[in-house]
Design a protein around this ligand. Structure first.
Ligand code: 6PG
Length: 478
C-alpha cells in the first residue's frame, strides 16, 4: 500500500511526487490522461517507489489508511469535480489536500462542505515553482488541524529546510492557507513590478547594457537588504542570450505581462477589508497597462516618450535604496492585509510563522524576511511593519534616495508606478492629517453624507450653499 496519493501530473505534480518519494514515502499517482501517467512512470519515476493508478477508485484502493491525497490540478471547477469523484470512495479520517492556487473563497466553501462528511480537507498553498516542488517548496496549509497533524511528518520533510526548520506550518482553519498563499502572490507581484522598474531606470535612465545590469543585480543580491530569489533570477535573466538573434533574450520578449488572478484577488480582498495595498495594487495595474501593447504603440507615436539620460552621480545606489524601501512597503502592505483578514475571518495567523515559512522555497524568499520573523515574534500585535524600529531606521536612512529616484524618473518620463505608490503609502501613513477632510466636506456638500469634527463628537451636516453656514450646521452628539 502506498503512503501518499497524488492526483495531477503536470510538472508541479510530477515534481512533488518525486520529492515526496525521495523523502522516503511511497506514492500512488493518478492523472486524467493515462498517457501522461505512463510516460511519468516509465521515465522520471522509473525505478522509484511510485505506482501508477488509472482511476480515482484504483488510486483510493492503492493507499494505506487514513488516505492522504494531494490534488495538484487546475484551480476552479476541476478541483470540485475531483473532490466529487473522491468523496464516495473515501472513508473516515481520509484526507484530501488541495495544493493548487485555489481562490480562498472556494477553499472556504469546500472546507465547509467537507466538514459535513467523514473526509478531512486541507487547502494548501504551494510556492516555489517547478524547482521548489522538486527540491523543497514553501507550503501554506490551512483547514482541518487534526488532519494536518497526520500529514505533518510528510510535509515537514518535503518542504524547503531553512536554518533547520521546514518551510511549512499549520496556518489556521478553513481557507487560511490559501489566503496566505494569495497574499504571498500579491507581494510577489509587487516585488516583480518594483524590480522591473529598477531595470527600466538603469537601462533607460542610465543606458546600462545587459552585462552591467547583470553585475548590478548580482551585487545587490549579495546585500543583506536585497538578497532574494527574485533578485538572483533577475541577474541570471540579463545574462541569457537568445540563440536565434544573439540579443539578450529578455529584450526579445513581448512586454505584455500575463496573470492568473492571485494578484487581482489580493487587491479585491484588501479593498473589501479596507486595507490600503497601493504597491501591490499598482503592480496589478502595471501588468494590465502592459497588456495594452497595440494601444501603447499608437500612443507612443502621439506623445514624446523618455526624455534623455540621467547625468548625475551615484544613481545605482539610490535605485538600490529606493528598491529596498519599496519592497519593504510591499511586505508591510501584505502583512497588514494578513493581519486584518485574520481578525475578520478568525484565521488566528501567526505572522512571525508566516515570515518564517516564506524564508525558503517560495518565490518571495528573501533575507528581509529574517528581521520580519523576529519583529513579529517580539511584537505579534504590531499593526504595521514600518513602525518596527528596524524598518523605521532602514527606511529613514534611505528616504532621500527614494524621493530622488522618483523625481529623476518623473523628469525623464520613466514610469515608476509601484515605487511612487510605495513612497506615497509611506508619506500618507506618516501624516497625522491627510486632505480627506476636504473629501468629507465635498461628500457632505453634494450628498448630505455628513462629517465628523475634530473638536467635538457627533455627526454633522452643513447647508454649504447658505451664506450663514454656521447657523445651518446640524449635528447629533455621539
Ligand atoms: C509561486 C507562484 C505561482 C504562480 C505563478 C504565476 O508561488 O510558486 O506564485 O504560484 O502561479 O508565479 O502567477 P501569475 O501567472 O499570476 O503571474
Amino acid at each position: 500500500m502506498a503512503q501518499f496519493g497524488l492526483i495531477g501530473l503536470a510538472v508541479m505534480g510530477e515534481n512533488l511526487a518525486l520529492n515526496i518519494e525521495r523523502q522516503g514515502f511511497s506514492v500512488a499517482v493518478y492523472n486524467r490522461t493515462a498517457e501522461k501517467t505512463d510516460s511519468f512512470i516509465s521515465q522520471r519515476a522509473d525505478g522509484k517507489d511510485i505506482v501508477a493508478t488509472y482511476s480515482p477508485k484504483e488510486l483510493v484502493a492503492a493507499l494505506e489508511r487514513p488516505r492522504k491525497i494531494l490534488l495538484m490540478i487546475k484551480s476552479g471547477a476541476p478541483v470540485d469535480a475531483v473532490i466529487e469523484q473522491l468523496k464516495p470512495l473515501l472513508e473516515e479520517d481520509d484526507i484530501i489536500i488541495d495544493g493548487g492556487n485555489s481562490y480562498y473563497e472556494d477553499t472556504a466553501r469546500r472546507s465547509r462542505e467537507l466538514q459535513a462528511t467523514k473526509v478531512n480537507f486541507i487547502g494548501m498553498g504551494v510556492s516555489g515553482g517547478e524547482i521548489g516542488a522538486l527540491l523543497g517548496p514553501s507550503m501554506m496549509p490551512g483547514g482541518n488541524k487534526d488532519a494536518y497533524e497526520v500529514v505533518k511528518p510528510i510535509l515537514t520533510k518535503v518542504a524547503a529546510q531553512v536554518e533547520d526548520s521546514p518551510c511549512v506550518t499549520y496556518l489556521g482553519p478553513g481557507c487560511a492557507g490559501h489566503y496566505v498563499k494569495m497574499v504571498h502572490n500579491g507581494i510577489e507581484y509587487g516585488i516583480m513590478q518594483l524590480i522591473a522598474e529598477a531595470y527600466d531606470l538603469l537601462k533607460t535612465g542610465l543606458g546600462f547594457n545587459h552585462q552591467q545590469l547583470h553585475e548590478v543585480f548580482s551585487a545587490w543580491n549579495t546585500t543583506q537588504e536585497l538578497n532574494s530569489y527574485l533578485m538572483e533570477i533577475t541577474a541570471d535573466i540579463f545574462q541569457y542570450i537568445d540563440p536565434q538573434t544573439k540579443n539578450p533574450l529578455v529584450e526579445m520578449i513581448l512586454d505584455a505581462a500575463e496573470q492568473k488572478g492571485t494578484g487581482n484577488w489580493t487587491v479585491i480582498s484588501a479593498m473589501d477589508l479596507g486595507v490600503p495595498v497601493p504597491t501591490i495594487m499598482t503592480a496589478v495595474n502595471a501588468r494590465i497597462m502592459s497588456a495594452y501593447k497595440e494601444e501603447r504603440v499608437k500612443a507612443s507615436q502621439v506623445f514624446d516618450g523618455v526624455s534623455g539620460r540621467y547625468q548625475g552621480e551615484g544613481f545605482v545606489d539610490k535605485v538600490r535604496d529606493a528598491l529596498y524601501c519599496a519592497i519593504a512597503c510591499a511586505y508591510a502592505e501584505g502583512m497588514a492585509l494578513l493581519k486584518a483578514a485574520s481578525q475578520e475571518r478568525q484565521y488566528h495567523l501567526n505572522l512571525s510563522e508566516v515570515a518564517r515559512i516564506w524564508k525558503g522555497g517560495c518565490i518571495i524568499r528573501a533575507e528581509i524576511l529574517k528581521p520580519m520573523q523576529q519583529i513579529f515574534q517580539a511584537q505579534p500585535d504590531l499593526v504595521n511593519l514600518l513602525l518596527a524600529p528596524y524598518f523605521k531606521e532602514a527606511i529613514l536612512s534611505r528616504t532621500a534616495a527614494w524621493r530622488e529616484v522618483i523625481t529623476v524618473a518623473t523628469q525623464l518620463n520613466i514610469p515608476v508606478p509601484a515605487m511612487s505608490a510605495s513612497l506615497a503609502y509611506f508619506n500618507s501613513y506618516r501624516r497625522d492629517r491627510l486632505p480627506q477632510n476636504l473629501t468629507q466636506a465635498q461628500r457632505d456638500y453634494f450628498g448630505s453624507h455628513t462629517y465628523h469634527r475634530i473638536d467635538q463628537p457627533g455627526t454633522f451636516h452643513t447647508e454649504w450653499t447658505q451664506v450663514d453656514a454656521e447657523s445651518l450646521q446640524t449635528g447629533t452628539a455621539d
